[in-house]
Write a new protein. Sequence first.
Lengths: 529, 514
Amino acid sequence: MSKKYDAIIIGGGHNGLICAAYLAKVGRKVLVLEKRHVLGGAAVSEEMYPGFTFSVASYVVSLFRPHIIRELELAKHGYEVIPMDCSFLPLPDGDSLARWADGNRSRREIARFSKKDSEVYPEFSRVMTHMGKLAKAVIDYPAPNINSFNPKELANLLRLGNAFKDLGPDLLHLNTKLVTMSALDFLDQWFESDVLKAPMSVSGIIGTFQGVRSPGTAYVLLHHYMGQLDGAFRSWGFSKGGTGGISMACANAALSYGAEIRREAPVKNVLIKNGTAEGVVLENGDELYANTIISNLDPNRTYLKMIGANNLDADVLKDINRFKLRGSSGKVNLALDSVPEFSCRPGDGDHIRGDIAIAPGIDYLEKAFDQAKYGEFSTRPYINAVIPTLTDPTLAPPGKHILSCFVQYAPYNIKEGAENWPKYREAFGDTVVDTMAEYIPGLKDKILYRQVLTPWDLEQTMGLTEGNIFHGELSLEQLLFQRPVGDYSKYKTSIPKLWMCGSGTHPGGGIMGASGELCAKTMLTSRAI
Amino acid sequence: MSKTYDIIVIGGGHNGLTAAITLAKKNKKVLVLEKRKVLGGIAAGEEFHPGYSTSGLLHDTTGVRANVIKELNLENFGLKTKKSRPTVSLLSKDGKCLVLSSTVEEACAAIAKFSQKDAEAYKEYRAFIEKISPFIKNLQDELPPDLSKLGNKELWELLKKGLSLKRLGKKTMMEFLKVAPMSVADFLNEKFETNFIKAGIAGPAIYGSYTGPWSSYTTLNLLLWECTANESIIGGPQALVSALEKAAKDAGVEIKTDAEVDKITLDQNRKVTGVKLTSGEEIIASLVASSSTPHVTFYELLMPNQISYTLEHGIKHYRSRGTTAKVNLAVNKSVTFNGVSGVEFARTGNSFDEMERAFDPVKYRRFSDEPILDIHVPSMENSSLAPSGHSVISIVVHFAPHQFDEGWSAETRDKLLGNVMKTLEQYTPDIKSSIVGSEVLSPVDLEERYSLTNGHIFHGEHAIDQLITRPIPSCALYATPIDGLYLCGSGSHPGGGITCMPGYLGAKMILKNG
């Protein structure tokens, strides 16, 4: 009843589960509390319709840190990712562009639109991959501390400085550009064809409240190039069993090391005595105690709900209120009676076994963003769709399929007020289906079941404040040593013994596992646990 | 036939003249070549309608550096300055007018009439500007770091810049790092509540840019302006040009107007030998400093085979999308704005969304129905610019694209004028009937008249990557890969606007290199 744990982790998302696994592996007594009946947070698989397993929110993986897979033996626990081979762009005029893992195949396709671009493309990929390797130096370590003269911190800064210096002046300049330019302006310096630039620039805006022309989005382009799957960079993949499969592998690893996991155990707030965290109170009133508490929730939820404004210094409260989490995306998941074929390139060939982008032009993408700025969801949105059942048939009954659509933009703060999103849920869903139907003849007749998640739903169901999928915008002022707030960017919070391990900490969002891992390792090396 | 000079300065704008004087004072034999009949470039005042003149295409002289004025002794040549920025009136559509004085106390008192919270916020805001000014001034007014090489010397310079940031103290430094990448809308929304006040303050963040107030890094643009907007020149930009011209002649600078350079001449080792004019005349010099835009310098004044692929590629992608138009109005009476008379400078922009909506269409190669206006009434200060009792209204219009689908013609210029008038009428209702003449300069007209690439008033966007190394790393310290060719205009550090700094620092670099 008043059993004391070494750590209680609030939230069973993938970062919390990884943190639990690392701590349990070295013998700590860990309890994970998840409010839902399923684990995984936004990396979750659910059978929303009989026989169909949806990756409800996140739908592909790439940035998952390989050393975590090895260190936690995740393959043994069910982690399996099948690489995606293709990025497909259907066009309204009946043409299309497919870019493949095989560079030669891509070049031949691109050359149909621009010979010059087809020649530049491999060079661009090579340079971005090189920059991605540099990014490892940033994401695989805690954020640098620029205020400390502690030798360890200085060594960290020096290491980072050397990594940048080793780039040489040309790539260093490129790095400056990546951090400050817009995704489109950056791509304009390499490519001429809109057909190529449009789908490439949108990876710069996924999960952000920015457009392809917005300064600062080129960096996020890199974020999505940094992935590494068994050594092959820029490879995105499907998790077997949906993205929930990754979370379950992490959960199984944690359980195998002796961690405890409780579902349907929502936490009301952290118990704070004499300014220090000593346990949690569940919604049902139960109190649980631990030497340390670790929150996997986003910074807003952690500080304002778990800790509470009255337990915060004015400065910290001010800082956390400045932390921006404006959600900009929604999700529409469809269970289909038969395979969806694209009229511009019919058949269920390997061109639709990767990701599919509805991004038929720069103006189209920018217009979609412009609407969101003024509180409307895009009438014709950017959609990143996948048909995971073509690669992993276990997700649906034989011959049936899933069309999973990530949609931008759907601003959390619609002009009618976020709480009115439910009124517009179906209209939003219709917009997405209408858009996809322009490319897939007969789509509407194939739909057996439709799940629509607006930013409001993401918040209500998964605890993502304002529906922000990354636990906070990935803009420069909220990254590195400023994530989530300047004074507390190394997994600690302003409350002693309360830590954070979710995407609202360095290195940021996506299914990386880095936050959970680095939190655990920081706690262990500092002997906090 | 061909005289010899130490240095030829291409362009007799304010930067070209500044560079020339700085060099001549160190006993260099300098020739300035200006293609137009008048000096001053976009700082020159023009008679746009018989009897009505502006005091400059651009209005803002707050960035002219005091140390340059001092070193060039410009006050000896008639220049008069005020050690403060001018009063600006912020206008709202519902008839309000905030007279934003240059002194913080007066400004706060005026703001307090609208919102006490905003008055306090403004005080804090100006205090923050004060705190970060030493760092910003160090960035803007010193030679930029050389990022084209990463040797110990260059790293040491970078480190020094980093340390000057640290010297602000932890709290100010962290605050600066927090706000600099933010959109100016987010930044000001944190502090202020009154929409037209926020939007008015934000103006300089987006003037001349390819961004709206919701774009990242616009706060840094605003801070750069705020920290260096400290003086104002009596008589406007034209007064500066007049003083520079006198100082140049006094220093022994030779000036030729109506003298357009056709090509910079190089010898077989790709070293500068001088210039050739469109008239055919050849002039010899071992150094050429171009205050023209980087595009003009490398693409028009040189032959394609004379510049390397890297240089060509870099300059080609140096972004200069012009988004500004100019409207000059000759008015047969004195003007009031929202009922207030005596206004010299005014800004419109009732809300961030309005400013953003003014920007949005340029991305689709159109212009908006309701532009943002940066207004100057130069006749207020200098009544000789218009007949007695009459006025000149000089308006810099945001945003109007250089790349315009409908094409710039008399018809579309009229349409733009119509939009400007409709907007202006909200603030000065009976203006239409009082207009006796007008001039509209689209970005294409600006390009033609002033050789501004794509009509960009700053010789290239003030995007952050283009401020860190301006225009490109190999030319960021004014010297270029062409032996003997330097840049000294707004397309170099610290950027555009009327500051004299690129000309000054460019000249210093030439002198440093011997």
